[in-house]
Write a protein of this length. Structure first.
Length: 218
């Protein structure tokens, strides 16, 4: 994904941040205790993407890519955690204005850091994995990379729906495959498809913004 020093820097950041969440959030802020697990799960696709390399064997690459795809939805899933901001009750009932409560803004910061760091870094990984998939499949069309990104974001959005609304985790596919597959088979409806479309658009907008920025600074 990036050079070794940057990768290690990202690893150290998440290690320190997860320790901080454990010490200051999980043990004190019950309503935000989900952040520890969700941030860790959001980091996993970032770490897996670090190990996908152009010079590794095809077998290893495709196995790691499949594992990455299973865990990748955990990153954009954090975007849906932003609804937990409502638990902060930010408005002063007497003035109607947002409160300048440092404790509230700390919790806001924790939630935003988890969401933005996991989502942005995972989307960078997705973009680079799409490049590698394009090369390994020997696609030459100019649009093929974007088609791969589009498909991956759709799959990720479906994964977020499964996790957020069906409350299914990847492990259920191993422990209770028939039940999990039945749940997935029964979930298709207009509201589900609308959610998938909207979350796909959100991901694509972020990816396009990152692409524009990357090309601008070259």
């Amino acid at each position: 994904m990036t050079n070794t020093n940057v990768k290690n820097g990202i690893r150290l950041f998440f290690l320190a941040y997860l320790i901080m969440i454990y010490l200051f959030i999980s043990s004190q802020e019950i309503q935000f205790s989900f952040l520890l697990l969700n941030t860790f799960l959001g980091y996993l696709p970032i770490e897996i993407a670090f190990h996908l390399k152009k010079n590794q064997s095809s077998g290893c690459f495709w196995v790691l890519t499949l594992i990455w795809l299973f865990f990748y939805p955990n990153a954009p899933y954090l975007l849906t955690d932003l609804f937990h901001l409502t638990m902060l009750r930010p408005y002063d009932i007497t003035t109607g204005l947002i409160k300048l409560d440092i404790h509230m803004w700390l919790n806001y910061s924790y939630l935003m850091v988890s969401t933005m760091s996991c989502t942005l870094l995972a989307l960078v990984g997705l973009s680079q994995i799409a490049d590698q998939i394009k090369d390994r499949l020997h696609f030459t069309a100019a649009y093929s990379r974007y088609a791969i990104i589009f498909v991956l974001t759709i799959l990720a959005s479906i994964g977020v729906y499964v996790g957020r609304f069906l409350r299914l985790h990847t492990v259920y596919l191993l422990t209770s495959p028939k039940w999990a597959l039945k749940m997935i088979g029964d979930m298709w409806n207009i509201k589900m498809l609308a959610f998938v479309v909207l979350l796909t658009i959100v991901q694509l907008v972020i990816i396009i913004s990152l692409e524009i920025y990357r090309k601008t600074i070259k």
